[in-house]
Write a protein that binds this ligand. Structure first.
Ligand SMILES: *Cc1c(COP(=O)(O)O)cnc(C)c1O
Length: 420
């Protein structure tokens, strides 16, 4: 069994995503190539939907995890709203047919231009992260003759026990309003023109594999809800953020159904069961659904290390270089020859350009390998470093494969630049 998704598996020694062999897709679309399983994405969503059945709720897919228009379209059609963190992401949601009235706008550094556009588009709620932002949003809304619905992102100061770069709910983080300053911030929000307080939100980090930190954060948030309402400010929704982890190697995160079930049980116990529930999952909806396919260019043995040089690099997949993330790398066609240990690296001119270290692989030049669980924070973090065009993307459904993003061509990379 491969770690990650049941929709990515060997059949007759050939690696498939649903009913499509990755070697066939690579021959048809080239490499590096991102391939996503539609069924895996919908199954991940269904896991959340089951937990929330019968309750007033909205699942807002956090599209920074994977913002391809076809992925957004899939989730929009399945009833999702979206969690955005920029004006650019709002335009993507609209272009994909998503409903702005189901959008929550998060992020610590929203500009006035982004606020105005979001108000004009009619987003559902601004998740505000500072008192300074409240003041600016009030000015922008008043000038537009509009009312901005707001939720305050509260920093519960709990440790999600994940990588420091992806923990966001600790005191020293730039995110959210400190727990002990939140009541004053709500009072300020309620007093400002052009704002309507709607709810409260938290998001404590990403790739979290325990339920404990969520429950701690939830308890801290519910304490606050009680004091805010005692101050006469009504809160209509509870936004529990995202952050649920996935299996890259041997992690055992709770299922979405189990996690959300535990959170809802605590909410009910504490007498808050009537409130609307918002969730902002990103990684857990798409991460296991995707793979990155690369071709082996060269095998380069050396005295200390053997390198397997592939045509995908850190510009295509930054997670290993940025977070030291371990992602499984497996051949697209299994060979019966003995495996050798390789560092799997790309062509980019950085020693940090690696996809995996000390991996046992039986491969030859011209073979293809797949990096598994590459559906989240992978293509969406891709860059053009070394003037490398970004990879093509394909969505698979059964035996059907659709190109959902063209491979970038060199001339597109310097379009918009000017000679002196
Ligand atoms: C990134 C982010 C999410 C999604 O996090 P995942 O770990 O991908 O589920 C949700 N809410 C906010 C505010 C975020 O910044």
């Amino acid at each position: 069994m491969l770690p990650g998704s049941p929709y990515v598996a060997y059949r007759d020694a050939r690696l498939h995503v649903e009913g499509c062999a990755l070697d066939d897709l690579a021959a048809r679309f080239g490499t590096p190539l991102y391939v996503y399983s539609r069924a895996a994405m919908l199954a991940a969503l269904a896991d959340y939907q089951r937990a929330l059945a019968g309750r007033e709720h909205l699942i807002c897919y956090a599209l920074k995890a994977n913002s391809n228009l076809a992925v957004l379209q899939l989730f929009a059609r399945a009833g999702c709203g979206f969690d955005i963190v920029s004006g650019g992401e709002l335009e993507r949601v609209i272009a994909a047919g998503g409903d702005p009235a189901k959008v929550v706008f998060s992020g610590v550094g929203k500009t006035r231009t982004e606020m105005r556009r979001a108000l004009d588009a009619g987003v559902m709620c601004f998740n505000v992260e500072s008192v300074a932002e409240l003041e600016v949003l009030s000015q922008v809304a008043t000038a537009a003759g509009a009312t901005a619905s707001v939720s305050l992102r509260v920093n519960p100061d709990v440790d999600p026990r994940t990588h420091p770069y992806i923990s966001t709910g600790l005191k020293g983080n730039k995110f959210g309003i400190a727990h002990d300053e939140a009541l004053a911030a709500y009072r300020r929000a309620a007093s400002l023109p052009g704002l309507a307080v709607q709810g409260i939100d938290f998001h404590i980090g990403s790739q979290i594999v325990d339920t404990g930190p969520y429950l701690d954060a939830l308890d801290r948030m519910l304490d606050l809800v009680e004091s805010v309402e005692a101050a006469g400010i009504a809160l209509h929704h509870l936004d529990l953020g995202g952050g649920l982890g996935i299996t890259y190697t041997d992690e055992r995160p709770p299922s979405a159904e189990a996690l959300v079930g535990a959170l809802l049980a605590r909410i009910d116990e504490r007498g808050h069961g009537k409130r609307r529930i918002l969730l902002e999952p990103g990684r857990s909806l798409v991460g296991n659904a995707g793979v990155l396919v690369a071709e082996v260019l060269y095998l380069k043995p050396s005295a200390v290390r053997n390198f397997c040089i592939v045509d995908a690099a850190m510009n295509d997949l930054l997670r290993p270089a940025m977070y030291e993330a371990w992602m499984a790398i497996v051949p697209c066609a299994q060979r019966n020859t003995p495996a050798q240990t390789y560092d799997v690296v790309g062509p980019v001119c950085e020693s940090g350009d690696w996809l995996g270290r000390e991996r046992a692989l039986a491969v030859e030049p011209g073979d293809r390998v797949a990096v598994l669980s590459a559906g989240a924070y992978a293509m969406s973090m891709a860059s053009n470093y070394n003037t490398r065009g970004r990879a093509a993307e394909v969505m698979v459904s059964g035996t059907d494969a659709r190109l959902i993003r063209d491979r970038e061509q060199p001339h597109e990379l310097f379009r918009g630049e000017h000679l002196l």
